[in-house]
Design a protein around this ligand. Sequence first.
Ligand SMILES: Cc1ncc(COP(=O)(O)O)c(C=O)c1O
Length: 508
Amino acid sequence: MAADRSPDPPRPVADLDWSPKRARAFGERTLDLWERFLTELPSLPVAGAWTADEVARAVARPVPEEPMPDDELFAYLRDVAFDWSMYPGHPRFMAYITGTGTVPGAAADLLASGLNMNLGGWRLSPSGTEIELLLLRWFAEQFGLPSSAGGLLTSGGAMANFVALKTARDHRAGWDIRAKGVLAGPPLALYASEEVHVTTDREADMLGLGAEAVRKIPVDGDFRMRVDDLERAIGRDRAAGLRPFAVVATAGTVATGAVDPLPAIADLCARESLWLHVDGAYGGPAVLADDLRPLFVGIERADSIAFDPHKWMYTPHSGGCVLMRDARHLSESFAAQAGYVHEDKERTGHGPDLGMMGPQFSRGFQALKVWVSLLAHGRRAYARRISHDAELARYMAEQVRARRELELVAPVTLSICCFRYVPDDLAAGTPGRDEYLDELNERLMTAIQLDGRAYCSNAILHGRFVLRACIVNFRTEAADCDATLDVATELGEKLDAELRPDRLRAGA
Ligand SMILES: Cc1ncc(COP(=O)(O)O)c(C=O)c1O
C-alpha cells in the first residue's frame, strides 16, 4: 500500500511582490515626473480646452494580461500629467475652494500608502491612530475647544458636516433615533443661512430628514445670517410642532467668505438648547492667522466644527476634519459591534478604534500628509501664508476698483474676491442690462476657464452671475492676481464686442 502523501505546498506567486530595488526604481521614475511637474508648473496652462471624449480617449488603455513595460507606463503617466491634467496648484488657479497641495504632504502620502495601515482599528495602525489623535487635539486647541474635544479626519467638508449633523441629530432628537428611526418622533428641523453650502441639503437628505428640514435664513448686506430671522424661524417651527435641533453657522461662506455672527448665534443656541455646528470647511484654518482670528470669536462655543485641511491648509486631496466639543458623542453616534473584531483592550493596552467613531470602517492614513506638512513647515508658515492669501484678495479688490470695466460686487472678508465685467459704456438703466451682464459674465467665466492663462469660477450674488477668485494657493502672488484681471478684461472686451450688438440692439 502506498504511503499517504500530503500534497506539495503551493509554489510562491510573487508577481505582485516587488523587491525593494524594483520599488525604488519605480518610485524614482515617479519622483522624476513630480520634479518636472514642480519645475514646469508656472509655465504650464492652468487647464486645457478639452472635451470629455478627447480626454477619455487619451487616457484609455486596455488592461493588459501581462505587465506594461516601465518605459511605456511612464510615457503614459507623463502624458496624463502634462497633456491631460489641470492644476489646482498653479499660481493662477483661483477657482472654487481647492487647495494647492503641499509638497511634504504629497511625499507623506507615498509613505502612508506604502505602510498601508488601516486607521479603522488601533491595533492595525498604532502610530497612525495616535498621530491622528494628536493632530485632532492640536486642531481642537487652535479653535479654543476644551480638553474634552476630539474628532475625526474625513474625506472632506461635506463628510465632516455630515458626521457633525448625524451626531447632532442623535444627541438632540430626544428619542433613540439610531434604533427607532426618524419617524418615531416629531419632524426635526435645522437652520442655516441662505449662503450655506449646498451639501447641507444633501446631509439632511442622507440623515432621513429631507432637504426641506434645512430652514434657510436670510442674510444681511454682508451675506451673514440674520439672527433675528433665525430666532423667528425657530419659534415658528416650534409652534407648528416641529423639533428644532441644530443651527449650522458658516465661518467662511463658499460664495463670498462671509462669517456668520457666531457669538449671537451661540447665545441663541444656548437659549434654545440647540446644537451649534460651525461649517468652517473653507474659513476654519484662518484661526491660525493672527489678523483673521478675531473674525472667528465665538467658534470656541460650538458643539462641532467642520474644516478642511485640503482647502486652506493646502494639503493634498483629500482630507477634511470634524471636531466635537465632547469626543464621546462620536462613539455614541457611530459605534457598532462587529463580532469578528474582538479585542481585550485592558490586556493589550491599545487605544480607541477610529472606525467606531464615524461612518467609515476601514480608514486610510490621511493624517500623515497633514501632520508631516505641519512638521515640515511649522505653524508660523501657515499663519503667514493664510494671512497673505487674504491680503492678496484685498489687493485684488483694490485692483478691481481701479479698473473701469470691472465692478467689485461683495466685501472681501477672507480670501475671496467677487467681481464682474461691466463694459464702461453700458449705461446704468439700459433696458435688459442686468440680464445682459449675467450672460456676458457667464460666457466670460467659461472663456477664462478654456483659455488656460488663469482660472476663476463664479458665484450667484443677489441673483446675479459674478466672477469669483478664491485664493487658497501658496503659489499665488500679486502678479498672478493682476494677470487674472488682465485676462478677464481682455476676454470680457472681446465677448462684449461679439455679444452686445445682438443682445442689446434696442438699448445700446
Ligand atoms: C463652506 C463649505 N462647506 C462645505 C464644503 C464641502 O467641502 P468638500 O468639498 O471638502 O466636501 C465646501 C466646499 O467648498 C464649503 O466651502
